[in-house]
Every structure is written in structure tokens, then in C-alpha cells.
Design a protein around this ligand. Structure first.
Ligand code: PLP
Length: 394
């Protein structure tokens, strides 16, 4: 007999591959003379000076209640309602925005508000490897639906086949981790039409959870459409962890799509704060909430990131690697030479370069590079990619 909750166990099982990888690669990295750690989207250079200044400013108490209990701060919600309205061309009001501990917190909040035990949530494969574990922890069911082979676009026929009367949410992640794809307005409009028809068929709305933490990390002037512009039953989650490259500072939000019927909005607004209390007070720390207006004005250097993408993508393609050219995010996704990602990533690790095998994304023939390494790290890693490629076209 197990002494622990069966869904906590199921959540742990869901993320086991990632944890196993994490410990093995750390052991490896500690062992050798690491050249470049290009695994997780972590910073490898000093933080943005503007970010440090904002943290210092807003950590300095100005009133006795500076560090009092905080839920979603009204000022932060106001700043975000204005910023989101401008960015997406929709009318958000402050009550539509719940302040959360990053996108993680926002995703967990959305799942907790919308899902009963046994309800189903469609998630993309490949895709971020934590949706499943958060779902399992809430006793809900992840339904993994592959993206279109090669293009990694949304496969609407596959989504349609996966929908059942228990489907409550479809997660759309754009720009997409790990492929860097940004979904077109046309494809998202088709998804909206499909979900409208299916919602009518099953007799209750299917939500889109639009997971947008990379929304502002786009290359070559690429545009962006949020599903919230096209589909009323949309919630948006966001994190500052990506655009500021500071994922250890836990702040983001969940926003209710303005096109949602008023009655549903009112229900969700009323539920958000109590759900976050029930989850263990998952509001961002007070200084981070005070800093939101400053954070909104900051970004990592996107042209420099684009230059790293071009350098790495160009070199790998030249050596015969089959890579997806990302339109956004800070990842580069491709086919492991020889089709065995674990063997390939080992060959790289032997040369001190660490990347993620596609096994973590349920794509054992693929791999992901994080471009958050410095330009020097990217440059220093290239000989290892050339040496490890074998016959890359195989
Ligand atoms: N969604 C996606 C697609 C991600 O890649 C990540 C982080 O890697 C998250 C959500 C969670 O973001 P955060 O850790 O900033 O909350």
C-alpha cells in the first residue's frame, strides 16, 4: 500500500525522464571540462542591469505594509491590462489579470479552475515537458497530440480525433517550445472554428489555454496572433522568465480573453484568487509585483539572440543537420544525426557540449539546443557539433 497520493505519484512518473536527465547531465557536466551547457533555458551571462535596478528599487520599503500579504496587486493588474490591450488589440480590464508565479503558476491556476478529476486536456507533442505533470497532479488526463510531422504546425485533424466529451482544454503554445514555430492567424482561425463546432457538439465550451511566455521573443519582424483574438474561450498565460532570461524570478500572469461571455468572465475572476489561495498562496512576491511597469519595459537583446540563431542554424545546416529554423523562442530544434538522440547527445557530451535529447519531448530521434548560452559558448560548441555529426543526412 502506498503512503502517498496516487496522483502525486502519477505526476512524478510523468516527469521522471526529465528528472533522470537532469541528474545524469549534471553528473556528466561536473565530471568533464564543460564547453557549453545548451540544455535548459537558463542564463549564462549577468542579468539585465535594468532588471537588477528594478529589483533594488522595489525591494526598498516605502510603507509599513510593503511586505504585507499580497494577492494580485491592483497596480500591476492595471499596468498589464493596458499593456495587453495595446499589444493584442483587445480590451482587457484589470480584473481579467491574475498575478502568478510565472507561467508555471498561471498554467496550474488555469488547470485548477477548469478541470475536474478525469477531465482531459490536449497538449502538443513535441511540447514543453511539464504540462503532463501539472495535469496529473490535479488528477486530470493529459491527451498528447502530435504536431504535423516536419512542419510542426497544429494538426487540426489530429486534434479533432482526440476530442471527446471529457475534453475541456486545448493547450496552444506559440511561439512554440521546442520548435520555435509561431502559428499563423489562418491556422488559429481554423482551430477556433473547429473548437466552436466541437464545443457545440459536446454541449460545453472547450477552452484554449494560450501558453505565450515567448510572445515577445520573435525574429525577422515576425508577427504574432494570440488565440484570444479569435476564440472567446481563451485564457492567456505569460511569464517574464523568458523575455528577461531570469526564470528564477517567479512572476507572470493568467489573463482572461476579453471576447469571453461576461458571465463566464465574472465566474473566472471570482474564482482566481481563492484558487491561488487554495494552491498555497501562489502570488508573486510583493517587490516583483511592484516592479511590473519596469519589467514591461525590459527585454533581453533580441537581435543578439537572432545572431546566435543564425550562427548555429547556419553552421549545422552546412554540416548536413536537418534543423527547424525558429521564428521565435530561444531554442533550436532538429533531427539527431543517426536518428538516436541519446547516442548523439552522448557524443556531444564527451566533447563538453550539452543539449537536450528529444526523449524529453517524446521525440527520441530529435534534439533541442538552448541558445541562451553566450555567443562565446555557441562559438566554442561548434567543433563538437561538427565532430559529432557522423553522417548527419542519415
Ligand atoms: N510554457 C512553456 C512553453 C515553457 O517553455 C515554460 C518554461 O520553460 C513555461 C511554460 C514555464 O515558464 P516559467 O518557468 O517562466 O513559469
Amino acid at each position: 500500500m502506498s503512503i502517498i497520493s496516487h496522483h502525486a505519484r502519477a505526476a512524478a512518473d510523468e516527469i521522471k525522464t526529465v528528472f533522470d536527465f537532469f541528474s545524469s547531465y549534471r553528473a556528466d557536466a561536473a565530471d568533464g571540462q564543460g564547453v557549453a551547457d545548451l540544455t535548459f533555458g537558463n542564463p549564462h551571462e549577468m542579468p539585465l542591469p535594468g532588471l537588477v535596478a528594478a529589483l533594488k528599487t522595489h525591494s526598498e520599503p516605502q510603507r509599513t505594509d510593503w511586505f504585507a500579504y499580497k494577492t494580485s496587486e491592483e497596480d500591476a493588474r492595471g499596468v498589464l491590462a493596458r499593456a495587453l490591450s495595446q499589444e493584442l488589440g483587445l480590451g482587457f480590464v484589470p480584473e481579467d489579470v491574475a498575478m502568478t508565479t510565472g507561467a508555471f503558476g498561471a498554467i496550474a491556476l488555469a488547470f485548477a479552475m477548469l478541470l475536474d478529476p478525469g477531465d482531459e486536456c490536449i497538449i502538443p507533442v513535441p511540447g514543453w515537458f511539464c504540462y503532463g505533470t501539472v495535469l496529473r497532479n490535479g488528477n486530470a488526463v493529459p491527451v498528447k497530440v502530435p504536431l504535423a510531422e516536419d512542419t510542426f504546425d497544429l494538426d487540426l485533424a489530429a486534434i479533432e480525433r482526440a476530442i471527446t466529451p471529457r475534453t475541456r482544454i486545448v493547450v496552444v503554445n506559440t511561439p512554440h517550445n521546442p520548435t520555435g514555430i509561431i502559428y499563423s492567424r489562418e491556422r488559429l482561425a481554423e482551430l477556433a472554428a473547429l473548437l466552436t463546432a466541437k464545443s457545440a457538439e459536446i454541449g460545453r465550451p472547450i477552452f484554449i489555454l494560450s501558453d505565450e511566455p515567448y510572445r515577445r521573443i520573435r525574429f525577422d519582424g515576425a508577427g504574432f496572433t494570440s488565440p484570444a483574438e479569435l476564440y472567446p474561450w481563451t485564457l492567456i498565460d505569460y511569464s517574464y522568465g523568458k523575455v528577461l532570461l531570469a526564470p528564477g524570478l517567479r512572476i507572470g500572469y493568467l489573463a482572461i480573453g476579453p471576447l469571453m461571455p461576461e458571465e463566464a468572465k465574472a465566474e473566472l475572476r471570482a474564482l482566481a484568487t481563492s484558487t491561488q489561495v487554495a494552491q498555497g498562496w501562489t502570488f508573486p512576491d510583493a517587490p516583483l509585483q511592484y516592479a511590473v511597469a519596469d519589467l514591461e519595459a525590459l527585454s533581453i537583446d533580441i537581435p543578439a539572440l537572432q545572431a546566435k540563431r543564425d550562427r548555429m542554424h547556419g553552421a549545422l545546416e552546412q554540416w548536413g543537420y536537418r534543423m527547424t529554423r525558429p521564428a521565435g523562442t530561444f531554442y533550436l530544434w532538429g533531427r539527431a544525426p543517426g536518428g538516436d538522440a541519446v547516442a548523439f547527445t552522448r557524443r556531444l557530451a564527451e566533447r563538453g557540449v550539452y543539449v537536450m535529447p528529444g526523449t524529453l519531448f517524446e521525440r527520441p530521434a530529435d534534439f533541442r539546443i538552448s541558445l541562451t548560452g553566450s555567443a562565446e559558448m555557441i562559438e566554442a560548441s561548434l567543433p563538437a557539433f561538427e565532430a559529432a555529426k557522423g553522417n548527419a543526412r542519415a
